[in-house]
Design a protein around this ligand. Sequence first.
Ligand code: B1M
Length: 208
Amino acid sequence: MADLKVLSEAVIKGDQKTAVEITRQAIGEGMAPAMILNDGLIAGMNVIGVRFKANQVYIPEVLIAARAMKMAMEVLEPKLVEAGVKPLGKALIGTVQGDLHDIGKNLVAMMLKGAGFEVLDIGVDVSPEKFVAKVKECHPQLVGLSALLTTTMSAMEKVIHALKDAGVPVKIMIGGAPVTQAYADKIGASGYAADAASAVDLAKSLLN
Ligand code: B1M
C-alpha cells in the first residue's frame, strides 16, 4: 500500500525516483488523486517552505525538492484533470521588461505550484503589453511580477498601470531583491513578498 508519508519525505529530500514511484503506486492502487497531491506532494513542499523561511534549508534544497515534486506532478496531473480537482487559483508570473533574472521568479513559480496553484510562467523581459495580453488570454486571479534591478523596478509600476487601464480584475504581487513593501504600497501593488515561501502565504491570503 502506497505510503503518502514516504512520498512527502521523498519530496523533502528531493528524491525524484521515490517520489515518482510512490505516486505511480498510489495511482495504481486507486488512491484519490487529490489525496496524493495534498497529503503527499503538497505536504512535503509545505515542510520545505517552512524550513526555507526558518533558514533551515537553502535555495539548492528548495530547487531539488521542487524538481522531485515536478516529476511526480507530471505523473499525477492527468489523473487530477480526470478527477476534476480544482487548483487553489491561477497565477501568471513573469520578470518585468528589461530584466533577465529568473532564478528567484522560477523559485516562486515552483513554490506556488507546490502549494497547489496553477502557474503560467511567461518568462523574462516581459513588456506591460504582454502582461495585459496574457491576462486577457488566460484569466488568472493573480499576477506576479519579479525584478532584480533597481533600473527595472519602475517597469512594475508600468505593468500595474497597464493592467488597471485594461480593466482586468487581478491581484498583483511583486517581489525581487531591490523591492520593498514601501515600494509595493507606492506603486499600488496588492502585496509584496520577500521570498518564495512568503509569496505562497501572500498568494493564498490575496485570493481568500
Ligand atoms: Co545580475 N545583478 N545582472 N545577473 N545578478 C544582481 C541582481 C546584482 C545585485 C549584482 C551586483 O551588482 N551585486 C546587480 C543589480 C544591482 C542593482 O540593480 N542595484 C546585477 C546586475 C547589475 C546585472 C547586470 C546589469 C550586469 C551587467 O550586465 N553589467 C545584468 C543585467 C541583465 C538584465 O537583467 N538585463 C545582470 C545579469 C545577470 C546574469 C544573467 C549573469 C545572472 C542571471 C541569471 C538568471 O537569472 N538566469 C545574474 C545573477 C545570477 C545575479 C545575482 C548574482 C544573483 C541573483 C539570483 O538569482 N539570486 C545578483 C546578486 C545577488 O542577488 N546576490 C545579481 C537568487 C534568487 C533566488 O534570489 O532573485 O532575489 P532573488 O529571488 C528571491 C527574492 O527576491 C524573492 O523570492 C526569491 C526566492 O527567495 N522574489 C520574489 C523574487 N522574485 C519574486 C517575485 C515575487 C515574490 C518574491 O512575487 C511575484
